[in-house]
Design a protein around this ligand. Structure first.
Ligand code: NAD
Ligand code: AHE
Ligand code: ZN
Ligand code: ZN
Length: 369
């Protein structure tokens, strides 16, 4: 079938809106009509050419919501008409990772997913007879996409897809990192570095966890109003201060924070986020994605003296099991999605969403098809 899609033909180039061909779903696969998709910084990261797994031409996008159109052979858990959120972290329920009880990082389709292919090693997308690669197993920048059954969370048909699509990445990642990765407890002091979609979702999670103090840090002061609205108790612009930000935070918080979250993808800030943690117990969670070749540094003494470095992917959330419940929470108003949606645009104008993000003017732009 034909599908309108925003194709990344090469790194560093704007997306091109073209009509691609989409092949029917094979065994274990599902054809989904995407109605809405957010644009996450990770899409921009991969488009920039910094992603070691970046492969072109590809259909990017991983924060979508849609409706099942057709199921391939053997698919039992979904049927046409079901509403779904595609998952870049699958949940097969059978692999060593799924069974460990220790991680959400199902590996059932991860190897082929990282190569831009479906689990059988081929692609369902083509343009003018040439293959187009998938992205993160989701490719939500196409009106029609093919996704493995195990990479789809079935959600309430009453849920507004134009909002809950944000649970496909940003909001879930931030909130999940607070509850599943850090396990923030009531009264804790939290520092959040980077106040985009991820950082604001961390603040929302910290409020849910009843954190006592939430320090919100960004170099763009335009982000502070929303951060305060979300529940930040202090806002800090590192550019307003001469001293290293970690020194300042340690002083402001009587020895450091209980938990910090890096939501930027900057390895220097990752160091600051670790070093602003309290001696003996402070934990820093890396959420931001850093480019090829980047490495984190600190003095080992920082860890010897009790600080902990952790990482979090998709907020540690098991998508098929937990996302339907998070959708219900959003429908009950227990998870706020509206403040994240600063812009909405049709697919044809998707490049403007990237410009808005790079210019620091948006939190999330939701694209409609
Ligand atoms: P965003 O661009 O919307 O927000 C980033 C924020 O960081 C901006 O407000 C920007 O002003 C701020 N910033 C930039 N440099 C800074 C600095 N030196 N000090 C302080 N603030 C600074 O991005 P986003 O969509 O919120 O994504 C944030 C990061 O999280 C990206 O690296 C993205 O790839 C990553 N991410 C990771 C996961 C995961 O599962 N681990 C999921 C989603 C996104
Ligand atoms: N491909 C990159 C890493 C990209 C990355 O870290 N992705 C996050 C999700 S970002 C969503 O916005 C993630 O979940 N990673 C776990 C995984 O299995 O990909 C690289 O460096 O190679
Ligand atoms: Zn994302
Ligand atoms: Zn699995």
């Amino acid at each position: 079938m034909k599908s309108r899609a925003a194709v990344a033909f090469a790194a560093g180039q704007p997306l091109e809106i073209v009509e691609i061909d989409v092949a029917p779903p094979k065994a274990g696969e599902v054809l989904v009509k995407i109605t809405h998709t957010g644009v996450c910084h990770t899409d921009a990261f991969t488009l920039s050419g910094d992603d070691p797994e970046g492969i072109f031409p590809a259909v990017l996008g991983h924060e979508g919501g849609g409706i099942v159109v057709e199921v391939g052979e053997g698919v039992t858990s979904l049927q046409p008409g079901d509403h779904v959120i595609p998952l870049y972290t699958a949940e097969c329920g059978k692999c060593k990772f799924c069974l460990s009880g220790k991680t959400n990082l199902c590996q059932a389709v991860r190897a082929t997913q990282g190569k831009g292919l479906m689990p059988d090693g081929t692609t369902r997308f083509s343009y003018q007879g040439k293959p187009i690669y998938h992205y993160m197993g989701t490719s939500t920048f196409s009106e029609y996409t093919v996704v493995p059954e195990i990479s789809l969370a079935k959600i309430d048909t009453q849920a507004p897809l134009e909002k809950v699509c944000l649970l496909g990445c940003g909001v879930t990642t931030g909130i999940g990192a607070v509850h599943n990765t850090a396990k923030v407890e009531p009264g804790a002091t939290v520092a959040v570095f980077g106040l985009g979609g991820i950082g604001l979702a961390v603040i929302q999670g910290a409020v849910q966890a009843k954190a006592g103090r939430i320090l919100a840090i960004d170099t763009n002061p335009a982000k502070f109003e929303l951060a305060r609205d979300m529940g930040a108790t202090d806002v800090i612009n590192p550019k307003d201060h001469q001293r290293p930000i970690q020194e300042m935070i340690v002083e402001l918080t009587d020895g450091g924070v209980d938990y910090s979250f890096e939501c930027i993808g900057n390895v220097d800030v990752m160091r600051a986020a670790l070093e602003c943690c309290h001696k003996g117990w402070g934990e820093s969670i890396i959420i931001g994605v850093a480019g090829a070749g980047k490495e984190i540094h600190t003095r080992p003494f920082q860890l010897v003296t009790g600080r902990v470095w952790r990482g979090s992917a998709f907020g540690g959330v098991k998508g098929r099991t937990q996302l339907p419940g998070m959708v219900q929470q959003a429908m009950r108003g227990e998870i706020r999605l509206d403040p994240f949606i600063t812009h909405t645009l049709p697919l044809e104008r998707i490049n403007e969403a990237f410009d808005l993000m790079h210019d620091g003017k948006s939190i999330r732009t939701v694209i409609h098809f």
